[in-house]
Ligand binder design. Structure first.
Ligand SMILES: [Zn+2]
Ligand SMILES: [Zn+2]
Length: 145
């Protein structure tokens, strides 16, 4: 692969989202994390469309409507029939998000992918999606969050 290295993630990753993912991850907790920023406007609040069963999610920037497939979602999105908006228990649909990945033992191969969101309206956070990832490389995957 010859992709240039991604820009450093400018935002500190929300520690609450990390602890949510660690708790959720159980026996395969995530060990690497990334928090996305819109490539166009640098915004960090998004609405989320996802299909948890298929392991596909996209984020749509609240600032500029730019849409981006999260992680390896773009590789699988053609196989998905429908997506649903992530909605907080308060009805909020805008989130700050972070992703985490767990790895196979003594390897850099990705095992599980986690998506945690914190509601902009009420601050409630939680893991909204997780799926088994077959995309392999840790850095490449996190660069696409
Ligand atoms: Zn944007
Ligand atoms: Zn909320």
């Amino acid at each position: 692969m010859n992709s240039s290295s991604p820009a450093a993630f400018p935002d500190p990753i929300d520690s609450k989202l990390i602890s949510d993912m660690l708790e959720y991850g159980g026996e395969a907790p995530p060990t690497a994390f990334a928090s996305p920023t819109c490539a166009k406007c640098k915004g960090n609040v998004f609405t989320i469309l996802m299909n948890d069963l298929e392991g596909v999610a996209a984020r749509i920037c609240a600032g500029c409507d730019d849409e981006h497939g999260i992680g390896d979602s773009d590789d699988f999105v053609d196989e998905v029939d429908s997506v649903e908006s992530a909605i907080c228990t308060c009805g909020g649909e805008q989130f700050r998000i972070a992703a985490g990945v767990s790895l196979y033992k003594e390897s850099q191969d990705v095992r599980w992918f986690f998506l945690a969101c914190r509601c902009e309206k009420c601050e409630l956070s939680g893991v909204y999606a997780d799926w088994k990832s077959e995309s392999g490389d840790l850095k490449a995957l996190l660069a696409r969050v």
